[in-house]
Ligand binder design. Structure first.
Ligand code: ADP
Ligand code: ADP
Length: 226
């Protein structure tokens, strides 16, 4: 676990579009931050800069005490959950969960421990030997989260993870993520369009507009304002 600091963070794309500017946020160890705002306000760009999937053109991202601007995504000690699951179709659920750890040379017994723990937390034990195509959308999203959990990262980054699910499943998964957060207390940044997700999950909400912070505070503070 670790704090995340965004220090005067900004992004100007080649061609000159300013996507993000002057963003300062101190995210505490274990805090769940939700990023909201209209389409095009810079949410994905901000998240992708923290993940290392987009270069940083201004300011700094620190994870713990470490400036990560020039650190490769795989070396940032973060795990990302996407809306499109990004599971490997030819691998079983178990292999999907273990793959990243295997690549890092994690010992077999440790991989097994972590896979079993994630399977227990997300209740995907019965599906461990299935391929992703034999799972429902909700089950696939659980596997995607399981893969993030097995890495035991310092932080989770969620990019609209539930936006492909139907309304009923979205509610169920929202509550599961809430439980996950209570149990693991891993520092998280979560991007969503869904106000209920934002209200339920956020310790603090960040409202972006035009690449800048328009409001920041607890859900009550943000949504109470006239
Ligand atoms: P959001 O996730 O809130 O919808 P984005 O971060 O995707 O916002 O986009 C922020 C702004 O940056 C938009 O104006 C968008 O068109 C622009 N943008 C995003 N990605 C690129 C890119 N690869 N090249 C140029 N402009 C981009
Ligand atoms: P999202 O809002 O979920 O990021 P988008 O359709 O806005 O989805 O963006 C999809 C992809 O296209 C992203 O990787 C984004 O960085 C890129 N993109 C968005 N806007 C632009 C743009 N104006 N020029 C080039 N790439 C862009």
């Amino acid at each position: 676990m670790a704090s995340i600091t965004l220090d005067n963070l900004g992004k100007v794309y080649p061609g000159g579009t300013r996507a993000v500017g002057g963003v300062n946020i101190d995210i505490e160890d274990g805090e769940f931050i939700v990023l909201v705002g209209p389409s095009g306000c810079g949410k994905s760009t901000l998240l992708r800069m923290v993940a290392g999937l987009e270069s940083i053109t201004e300011g700094e991202v620190r994870i713990g005490d470490r400036v990560v601007n020039n650190v490769e995504p795989a070396d940032r000690d973060i795990a990302m959950v996407f809306q499109n699951y990004a599971l490997y179709p030819h691998m079983s659920v178990r292999q999907n969960l273990a793959y990243g750890l295997k690549n890092r040379g994690t010992p077999k017994a440790e991989i097994e421990r972590r896979v079993n723990e994630a399977a227990e937390i997300l209740q995907i034990g019965p599906f461990l030997d299935r391929k992703p195509r034999a799972l429902s959308g909700g089950q696939r999203q659980r596997v995607a989260m399981g893969r993030a959990i097995t890495r035991e990262p310092a932080a989770f980054l969620f990019d609209e993870p539930l936006s492909n699910l139907d309304a009923k499943l979205r509610v169920a998964m929202r509550l599961e993520i809430k439980e996950l957060q209570k149990r693991l207390r891993t520092t998280s940044i979560y991007v969503t369009h869904d106000q209920l997700e934002a209200m339920t999950l956020a310790d603090r909400l960040v409202v972006l507009n035009g690449g800048r912070i328009e409001q920041i505070g607890t859900p009550l503070e943000v949504y109470r304002r006239p």
